[in-house]
Design a protein around this ligand. Structure first.
Ligand code: NAP
Length: 212
């Protein structure tokens, strides 16, 4: 498939681009300020920044190119806007706050555990250049759990992406932890989303769970 990759030189994009090519895709990488002809591509993949993603996705959908979105921290109303635009154009699109299978399982297990242990807090830890806090994964995890789950965000050099869900009860606590040690972790999820994109309904499908 011909794929536009917004954020080609970023921490994720620079790992993802070569892996998409290895998987047989023809990749057009795009960085800030670069203009490319979007029409004719089979999909656009976006790993950029909260301030950039909506503009990229709008331009792609207007060129009839469906989107796979990894960028987190979308502005308020962004998800609804993408969903509306994709429906208007009759195109599928897909967004996942986390493309790593281990993180998806962590969210599932946290949802299940919170049915039995409702007192819980989340600690999410990321590299110091991450722009949004709390992380999209932490917000999505909390939304699936019982009650209000406080989220604590740590930003430090040396970290990639890590999350602990700590559930407490009298005399015990349960920790569910996921660690991303390399951006390779996101590659299989993005490849799966690209493979399944043509089968998705018009509008925005959210979360890797929907594809598993
Ligand atoms: P990063 O290292 O800052 O990379 C972002 C790249 O996008 C940079 O090269 C940036 O260029 C470029 N960019 C900014 N605006 C652009 C535009 N309008 N068009 C094309 N390229 C543009 O960030 P990252 O760590 O790769 O993460 C990117 C995003 O993905 C973040 O929102 C992060 O939270 C998210 N993420 C999601 C997942 C997931 O599984 N869903 C996993 C990891 C990361 P400049 O540096 O010149 O601005």
């Amino acid at each position: 498939m011909r794929i536009v990759l917004f954020g080609r030189d970023g921490k994720v994009g620079s790992v993802l681009g070569p892996r998409l090519s290895e998987a047989g895709h023809e990749v057009t990488g795009v960085e800030v300020g670069e203009e490319v002809e979007l029409a004719g591509h089979g999909a656009a993949v976006d790993f950029t920044a909260p301030a950039a993603v909506l503009g990229n996705v709008r331009r792609a959908l207007e060129a009839d190119v469906p989107c796979v979105i990894g960028t987190t921290g979308l502005p308020d109303g962004g998800v609804e806007e993408i969903d509306g635009l994709a429906r208007e154009r009759g195109l599928p699109s897909f967004l996942a706050p986390n493309f790593a299978i281990g993180a998806v399982l962590m969210m599932r297990f946290a949802e299940e555990a919170s049915r039995f242990m409702p007192d819980a807090e989340i600690v999410e830890l990321h590299h110091e250049t991450k722009l949004d806090a709390p992380s999209g994964t932490a917000a999505a995890t909390a939304a699936r759990m019982a009650g209000e789950v406080p989220i604590h965000s740590v930003r430090l050099p040396g970290l990639v992406a890590h999350q602990e869900v700590i559930l407490g009860a009298a005399g015990q606590y349960l920790t569910i932890r996921h660690d991303t040690t390399s951006r390779e972790a996101f590659v299989p999820g993005v490849l799966l989303a690209l493979e399944r994109l043509p089968d998705l309904p018009p509008g925005l499908t959210v979360g890797l769970d929907a594809l598993l």
